[in-house]
Design a binder for this molecule. Structure first.
Ligand code: AMP
Ligand code: MG
Length: 379
């Protein structure tokens, strides 16, 4: 784990998300050029950026997040020419994906260029590279004049930030500057694709859908189910599986426990209501994350004090993704003891939503049985 850091005052500066003001961008870029850190909006989530070619900046990133050095960072570029600086080679299929999906929420795993310190790649001979589309991110990387390493701007294991306020809550006192460009539009992290492997595979589902990727590379493999053990060790018995390092099952965890219900819709609703009422009866404060379609069924819970958040419809996975992390944080901040959560279909961005919720549940997944009146209670 990275060492403790000295407290610094954090300044939050609002910036126009469409036409970022040049003087604000320059102020942030000069910090990056000096090896300091800046939190900035991307189209996925807020990033904690530092000079990707300077080991000392990477060290600061790990320290500010409290992130272990085994978890590699994504390197962000503003123009395609910078790819030659950070990657030693760019396979043909990587170029095809980049042409279609960059700038945008897609990260490609490529052979590491020699100028990228191995601290950035957690000792790997590959590097994760992405070209973000958010105007603030693009302007900042361009003005800094160098590739920027940027993981999500949250404390290690917490939910990724989709607003500057989320980033401030996690990293206030640990970074000098946060650029506030409002809520991030995509709301989940980028899709990570390993294009170096013989069979290209999604390592982490995210803001670019499997369906869209397959239109360009039909042979692309879906992600493997999340690891259930905490081992990132390539020598472990599992072997160097095609999993993204740092993708532990509990990677995205809200501070309060989350129980995820899976199964047929009506059975999920019944099970959510039964579990919420059972816990209310024990004096717990219960939050529910649901879909617009569940509202009616959940009204009896709501009337008895359960906090129900239903940010979007089951038919709109993009809206669910955009609201997901902010909703988890809002339930946390409301002081609930537990979050009961419905599942969303793994279609389009729903695949990323499913992945983040399963990780947030950390194994607490309840399969509901449509024939039963209500799910078995969970202890
Ligand atoms: P985040 O910190 O949220 O930006 O997530 C970065 C993720 O990118 C890591 O957790 C890894 O899963 C993935 N990643 C970064 N570098 C590599 C790499 N060289 N090989 C495979 N996955 C990587
Ligand atoms: Mg992260």
């Amino acid at each position: 784990m990275a060492d403790e850091i000295k407290a610094v005052p954090t300044v939050v500066i609002p910036v126009d998300p469409q036409q970022p003001q040049a003087d604000i961008i320059e102020r942030a870029a000069s910090l990056l050029r000096a090896g300091e850190l800046v939190v900035f909006p991307t189209e996925t989530v807020y990033g904690l950026g530092g000079d990707a070619l300077r080991e000392e900046a990477a060290r600061r990133i790990f320290a500010a997040k409290g992130r272990p050095f085994t978890d590699p960072l994504i390197v962000h570029i503003a123009q395609i020419e910078e790819l030659e600086t950070v990657a030693a080679a760019v396979p043909e299929r990587a170029r095809r994906l980049a042409e279609v999906f960059w700038p945008g929420p897609l990260t490609l795993i490529l052979p590491r260029g020699r100028r990228v310190p191995t601290l950035v790649t957690a000792g790997l001979e590959t590097v994760a590279v992405r070209m973000p589309s958010h105007p603030v991110a693009r302007a900042l990387i361009r003005a800094a004049g160098r590739p920027i390493a940027a993981p999500s701007a949250n404390r290690f294991k917490h939910v990724s930030p989709t607003t500057a306020q989320h980033a401030l809550a996690d990293l206030g006192g640990r970074v000098p500057l946060i650029l506030d460009g409002g809520p991030t539009p995509v709301g989940v992290e980028s899709t990570v694709v390993d294009v170096a492997a013989p069979a290209p595979r999604i390592l982490r589902p995210g803001g670019t859908s499997l369906e869209a990727l397959r239109e360009v590379l039909p042979e692309i493999e879906p992600p493997l189910p999340p690891q259930t053990t905490a081992s990132n060790d390539p020598e472990s018995e599992e072997g160097p599986a095609q999993r993204s390092p740092g993708q532990l099952l509990v990677h995205y965890s809200p501070i309060v426990p989350l129980l995820l219900f899976e199964g047929e819709d009506e059975a999920q609703r019944k099970a959510l209501v039964a579990e919420a009422l059972r816990r209310l009866g024990r004096g717990e404060r219960v939050g529910i994350l649901a879909a617009v379609e569940d509202r009616e069924a959940l009204r009896p819970c709501e009337e008895r004090g359960v906090l129900v958040r239903a940010p979007a419809s089951l038919e709109e996975p993009e809206k669910v993704a955009a609201a997901l992390f902010a909703t988890l944080r809002a339930l946390e901040e409301a002081g609930v003891n537990v979050i009961l959560c419905r599942s969303f279909r793994p279609v389009g961005l729903g695949l990323a939503v499913q992945d983040r919720l399963r990780r947030a549940a950390g194994g607490r997944i309840i399969q509901v049985d449509p024939s039963a009146d209500a799910a078995e209670g969970v202890r």
